[in-house]
Design a protein around this ligand. Structure first.
Ligand code: SAH
Length: 461
């Protein structure tokens, strides 16, 4: 782990006072249920319900879904979730800035910059482990406000002496035009512009102050093929899941229908006969009585695995979830409260726990998978304690000290985010010493010395 230690001390030694208070974690209710996964901000209660946009969007989303159900019958939970979250006009993610102190929930990169800095060190360490390829694409799926990418890029510039030789570019996969504007502001200030044609796969492009190129895409498949480190933080939980119920007649899909007694309400029903999804997506040896399958997440992981296998690189997926044991985890979030999944669709976030065992299965045998390990373990292995000690030693302002300690507690405390969130990684098999396939590998010019994978192995200082 020497390399990771050296990167940490190089990245942070000369900027010990550069910690900026990003969020006051006292905004976050101490009683927030870890079961909920998402952490919400106490200031957010009025955000959803008071917005005029919201009042208009809710009935139109309900109307849209009802007319669809009336014409073609009940829709799958996956279709419902997809419409509610990413409908191009009224979708939750498309319309709202749901993140941070003024939004519906708060995420680790928004709590402390230290989170993104440690991920930045992980990325540099993996790039080094791959033999320092000339090109380094940072690809983030679902970048939210752009804070994580900004923190990672700051580490790259602190480690200029290490990364300087590589041509770095940033590629953001974001479905929400509104959030892409926010990300552009965070990363490039005014140095960005929208594409002139809607057909352009790069719908926005810009440049950071340090002249790093930043491109926005709607879909992962549009990101150019090259050595890439993929990061997905709280992205997979936002993807639509199918729900299946074991019945006496076998597996049946759960669907969303109109409540017969009240046409303004929706209800869950169990399909009377098998659907294509229930016949193909449930494992033959499944033992649970209720399962959720995120087919879209499976396809994305397959794409990541294929890219890593062919072009080199790694993926770091961080989210709340389980390893094949979860059952009914779909839930809604509005304000800082759990919210009925079927009520006022489009006004609340919908989320389901990530099934890491499914992601591992979908990744296939061409890549190596590590984890899931708890966020607490990953951050501690990455040296969060040492980083915090240095920051505290150099900080005399009592309120910043308090904020540092509470954000550390929020990120690592087992009863807060520490054990609820997990890290999972896809790696090129050569990273773990698995013999190289005879063909299809383009990246290694020199054979890299095998470095341990940071974060997943204990780091001793
Ligand atoms: N990673 C950020 C934001 C998490 S919220 C953080 O941790 O703070 C989920 C993010 O994924 C949002 O940016 C949302 O707009 C984006 N998103 C959701 N579904 C998506 C999809 N199907 N394709 C691309 N982006 C999506």
């Amino acid at each position: 782990m020497k390399v990771c230690q050296q990167l940490l001390s190089r990245a942070f030694s000369h900027r010990v006072n550069s910690y900026a208070v990003r969020r006051t974690t006292s905004d976050i209710p101490a009683t927030g249920s870890p079961k909920a996964g998402r952490w919400s901000s106490a200031q957010s209660a009025s955000f959803c319900s008071s917005s005029a946009e919201d009042r208009m969007a809710q009935p139109s989303m309900l109307k849209h879904l009802s007319s669809k159900i009336r014409s073609t019958g009940p829709v799958s939970v996956s279709e419902y979730m997809k419409e509610v979250l990413t409908n191009p006009v009224t979708g939750y993610y498309v319309r709202k800035n749901m993140l941070g102190a003024d939004g519906d929930f708060i995420t680790s990169p928004e709590i402390s910059q230290v989170f993104g800095e440690l991920l930045g060190v992980w990325i540099v360490s993996e790039w080094m482990g791959a033999g320092r390829p000339e090109q380094l694409q940072l690809v983030e799926l679902g970048p939210g406000r752009g804070s994580l990418a900004a923190d990672i890029l700051r580490v790259f510039s602190q480690l200029q002496s290490v990364v300087g030789g590589a041509s770095v570019s940033v590629h953001l996969v974001e479905v929400s035009p509104a959030l892409s504007r926010l990300q552009a502001e965070t990363l490039t200030g005014k140095r960005n512009m929208e594409a002139s044609s809607e057909d352009d796969p790069v719908y926005r492009h810009g440049e950071t102050a340090a002249r790093v190129s930043v491109s926005w895409y709607r879909r992962l498949e549009d990101v150019p093929a090259a050595f890439s480190i993929f990061v997905a933080h709280e992205f997979f939980d936002a993807l639509p899941v199918h729900k299946f119920q074991r019945t006496e007649k076998g597996w049946r899909e759960v669907l969303v229908d109109i409540e017969p007694a009240d046409p303004d309400r929706l209800r869950f029903v169990v399909a009377p006969t098998p659907t294509l999804a229930s016949s193909t997506l449930v494992q033959a040896d499944e033992r649970r009585d209720h399962v959720e399958v995120c087919a879209e997440g499976g396809v994305i992981v397959q794409q990541l695995a294929r890219r890593i296998e062919e072009e080199g690189g790694a993926a770091l997926i961080a989210d709340y979830g389980h390893d094949g044991t979860g059952t009914d985890t779909l839930r809604g979030f509005k304000g800082h409260q759990l919210h009925d999944v079927l009520s006022t669709p489009g006004s609340a976030d919908l989320t389901a726990d990530v099934d890491f065992s499914f992601l591992r299965r979908m990744a296939g045998g061409g890549v190596a998978c590590l984890g899931p390990v708890t966020q607490r373990m990953f951050l501690k292995n990455m040296g969060i304690d040492v980083r915090m000690q240095v920051l505290l030693r150099n900080c005399s302002d009592p309120s910043t000290r308090k904020q540092l300690i509470s954000s550390y507690d929020m990120l690592t405390n087992p009863s807060k985010m520490g054990e609820r969130f997990h890290f999972f990684s896809l790696l090129h098999p050569s990273r773990l010493g698995v013999p190289k396939k005879p063909q299809g590998l383009k990246l290694e010019k020199k054979s890299p010395a095998l470095l341990p994978v940071a974060g997943f192995t204990e780091l001793s200082f």
